[in-house]
Design a protein around this ligand. Sequence first.
Ligand code: ZN
Length: 462
Amino acid sequence: MRKTLVAVLPWLDVCPCAGADELLAGTAVVEITPPRGYRMSGYFMERLNTGVRDPLKAKALVFRQGKTQAALVFCDLIGIGPGLSRSARMSAAGKTGIPFENIVIAATHSHTGPLYFGALREHFHRAAVAGHGKDPHEKVDYSAWAAEKIAEAISRAKQAARPVRLRHGIATEKRLSFNRRFHMKKGGVRFNPGQLNPGIVRVAGPIDPDAGIIELLSGGGVPLASLVVFALHLDTVGGTDYSADYPRYLSEGLQAAFGKEYTSFFGAGTCGDINHIDVKIKGRRTAREIGALLVETVRGGIPGLSAVKEPSLAVLRATVDVPLQRYSEREIGKAREEMKLVGSRKLPFLAQVKAYKIMALELRKASTLALEIQALRLSSELAIVTLPGEVFVELGLAIKRSSPFRNTLVIELANDAPGYIPTRKAFVEGSYETVNSRVQSGGGEAMVEAALRLLKELRQGI
Ligand SMILES: [Zn+2]
């Protein structure tokens, strides 16, 4: 595997069309719960859905100022497959005139949604077709169906756009998230070593305690919606019923405070190496408990938010071509055979993960991957950055630290889900996330550099 990043080819699509026009925003929510019995995502085994704990949703937020328009959609899904992302953005662009480049489709990373794309879905789907002539667990083309639902949400949000006032800030939440990688007495770094494991020496990375908040109010000051971005893996429900995981309780808590019409958007912060497991104790918080504590933090932060006095909407986008990992024909053949053992106890877990990753690379059929980065400016102090993949927290922190904006919300799993995006340091340390990553070491840092270039350009353009 090559150690250094060979091709970094950024390009910019600039639309610095800010003006003194009024800022408009609209929201819309559609349901994207798949049919009962669909395969569930989240783990390395076949899990069939048995019901609905709470419905899955796609929530669209459209901004408009003068000629500039942008849309952000947050979906209760583990990731956004590249096919779904492309179709939804193209359809929405056709329906609304919002440029494809200014549309972000992000996943919250719920582990209790459908398995509708990627190497594992491909494996189970093909096996079902080989056995039954058709796949009894995929009665609909979920990608195509969800793409239209998402486009419909964007269209409805645009129609609902009206003058808004924004307030923004950061609330601190240190109780809920834990870096899940640890240096061990035996040497090396291990992910999720288990609670009260005496072999743990020390944690291998930080958390991000920021709960970034953007609040939308009507011209008259009535709270309409909020976007909260927090870096904590959504894998707190389990089971085989569909669920939006803890953001469901954030939404319910904020609606209890601000009314049923209030829309709670949740963006996954960079939480590739962050989860809710505290190794120093036994037991874990439930999704409901996590949601309730996050509501407390967000509500506590709202009175201290700063008003955006001069909104200035602009969107920039760049793609960075990063090298993908490469495997020999022999390794690919071995992985194809080992895929048959995924979900069984006949192959060690990390060997299963590696086989799956190699098959995922085979699906991409490319030597590089275009990581798409979007940056959205809302004022001289406030910006949003969106990134593909499950991004390590250190990379999101690096963007925030060097951003020229006072408040930068960094959201992962936007438009594509090419596995983990670890740091160079983590690639040296190894463990699950690097085995399950498709990019080569350095890809994450290249993404950070591109994001910072966009932010600087947006800040200078004001
Ligand atoms: Zn994950």
